[in-house]
Design a protein around this ligand. Sequence first.
Ligand code: 5RP
Length: 228
Amino acid sequence: MSNMGSEDDEKRLVGSKAADYVQSGMRIGIGTGSTAYWFIQALAQRVSQEGITIEGVATSKATVRLCRNLGIPMESIDRLDHLDLDVDGADEVNPQGQLIKGGGGALVRERLVARAADRFLVIVDHSKLVEDLGQFPLPIEVVPFAWKTTASRIADLGVEPELRKPQGKAFVTDNGNYILDVKWGPITDPEAVYRTLKLTAGVVDAGIFYEFSPTVLVANGRKVEERR
Ligand code: 5RP
């Protein structure tokens, strides 16, 4: 426990804590990323050890695989479009509970799943809390066959979109699209920026989640605090 308090430890702490919000019989949205990973581990433990009955809808193919391997029953969003709870991470959270998401490239499914849920529980370590969104590069999912022209339309807004290219190869989302990452700087009106991007031809979705009023669980050192 000597490193307790590092971001990784906080992710583990808050992810595990989130499993307490799940009740037997619930339909659960299950997020993507390294914080959601710990939620999934704790949830799987409750399924196998306590025998709680749940159905999950995943926000990515990676999450489907992980959940199935751990014995969590999974359904597709099209078959289960009303969820009791969605638990997911975030890249940034402002004081209004607005988010940047999509660091893992799952923003399209993450929004679909969050919108289907009665309650949205966002799980973060304290480094994700910001005054204004926009320090973290904003992920924008775009159609691959016109990514350059889409990038230049976005650049007309005065920013510099960069194609996500881990190991030199374009990152392809679960939906077969590309991601442009944009260092935006302070986003003081997240809804306006989101709407502008959504109206840009070639944009599939942008990682500004302005429209939710999530419960935010924040780990800070050894403590987990619930906000809102
Ligand atoms: C994936 C996401 C993740 O929720 C976000 O990137 C946070 O990830 P992590 O918990 O690994 O820090 O939006 O698309």
